[in-house]
Design a protein around this ligand. Structure first.
Ligand code: PMT
Length: 402
């Protein structure tokens, strides 16, 4: 069975000495959490035994276009549909030419025609074959049809010649594939993040606030963007510049944050409440400065509306992730908030300690969800945000696919 949120890479291997390098590519892709299925041409099998790729990918290797058993298990159309990305590595001059002319006489070329996802080719051939005008014309043609080329590199060739035509290194191919937008964990998912403190006015010149700098929430918005999401950020007053490419709404009070979040949450797929929203606000704001009078005075406070609870209560609520800022009994309080507010996930952090929490560059999180827990160790908030976004993406996709 598929692991829920692994990206699907279909690796097609053609017959060339560089086929042995593709074994390393499978290993690297799996290390990055990708699910890999391998297809081999007849001549590729002359260079490397399919068993190698079966063992490395953990999946059966597909070799025949018209094989009754394989067509039943995962036929060429199903394989093409399954893939988030197709990579042909190595691509020989022969397969390149067939693809450029729309021929489909084996499993690899048929898959190329059937694929609707992005296709990458990593050519490998003798330098004279690479430089031949017809090969270059085929490449231009394929580029015009949207095929992405990785390499080739130059240097010593297996045939003893020197020049361009060596297949790109597996690490380079892996890096290019991971940068493909379709491979990002939250591609086109709508993520709404709240960040920073709120200000609750006592009078026009005084307010109650807290020590939130907004760094955690901004780091999460940035990480969600990098993961391919469409991000909206509702921000309390902070001294941070907004990451480019997101929709930002600046608010000041808990009530303004409530309105801004609730209006957007109806269209969001994921809501992450990283803001330190005031739990109480003064019952009314004095228009003028309150003058110093008695030795003691009382301030009457009203509870603010809980944004997180109301987001989780929406019909078609987004996947809702809360934060818990605690000075003691972190797990007990976090689990209680997860349950009472009916959240999908909660990220709890210690506050009021020497390291982490409010206004610090670093943080650590204990993350809880129904029947699950992950500890994210103390690190820079940007790195921590990437880890949390990956965790959220995994749970979000698991929930959506179930
Ligand atoms: O901004 P930084 O300086 O980087 O600091 C990061 C942080 C410590 C502020 C952040 O990591 C964090 O913990 N944010 C949540 C702070 C908080 O208000 O925690 P809480 O345990 O009081 O609230 C629980 C959850 O309810 C939070 O998701 C909060 O956004 C939400 N809430 C609270 C009150 C309210 N009226 N509406 C809410 O939605």
């Amino acid at each position: 069975m598929d692991t829920p949120f692994r990206k699907h890479v279909l690796l097609a291997i053609c017959g060339g000495i560089a086929a042995y390098k593709s074994a390393e590519l499978v290993r690297l892709l799996r290390k990055q959490g990708c699910e890999v299925r391998v297809v081999m041409t007849r001549s590729a099998r002359e260079f490397v035994n399919p068993l190698t790729f079966q063992a490395l990918s953990g999946n059966p290797v597909h070799t025949e276009l018209l094989d009754v058993d394989e067509e039943n298990a995962m036929g060429h159309i199903n394989l093409a549909r399954w893939a988030d990305v197709v990579v042909i590595a190595p691509t020989t001059a022969n397969t390149l030419a067939k693809c450029a002319h729309g021929l489909a006489d084996d499993l690899v070329t048929t898959l190329f025609l059937a694929a609707t996802c992005p296709v990458y080719m990593a050519p490998a051939m003798n330098q004279a074959m690479w430089n031949k005008a017809i090969t270059q014309e085929n490449i231009r043609k394929l580029e015009n049809y949207g095929v992405n080329f990785i390499g080739p590199g130059s240097g010593d060739q297996a045939c003893g010649e020197i020049g361009k035509g060596r297949m790109a290194e597996p690490a380079e191919i892996c890096q290019r594939l991971l940068a493909e937008p379709r491979m990002t964990v939250l591609q086109s998912v709508k993520v709404l993040v709240s960040a920073g403190p709120t200000r609750e006015y006592i009078a026009s010149v005084r307010y109650i606030t807290n020590r939130s700098s907004g760094k955690m929430g901004y780091a999460l918005a940035r990480a969600a963007l990098q993961a391919g999401a469409q991000v909206s950020l509702v921000s309390g007053p902070v001294n941070l510049s907004s990451p480019a490419g997101l929709d930002i709404v600046n608010v000041e009070t808990a009530s303004q944050m409530y309105d801004a979040v609730l209006t957007r949450a109806v269209n969001a797929d994921i809501y992450i409440g990283a803001a330190a929203v005031a739990d109480y606000r003064p019952i009314a704001m004095e228009k003028d400065k309150i003058k110093k009078q008695a030795d003691q005075t009382n301030l009457v406070l009203h509870k603010t509306k809980d944004i997180l609870t109301d987001v989780a209560r929406l019909n078609n609520a987004p996947f809702t992730v809360g934060f818990a800022a605690e000075t003691n009994d972190l797990e007990v309080y976090a689990q209680e908030k997860l349950r009472k507010k009916n959240l999908d996930m909660i990220a709890a952090n210690w506050v009021g300690q020497e390291q982490g929490g409010f206004d610090s560059e670093q943080n650590a999180l204990e993350v809880f969800w129904d029947q699950g827990h992950a500890s994210l160790a103390m690190t820079d908030k940007n790195q921590l945000a990437e880890q949390l976004i990956n965790l959220i993406a995994t749970r979000f996709n698991e929930k959506n696919r179930s």
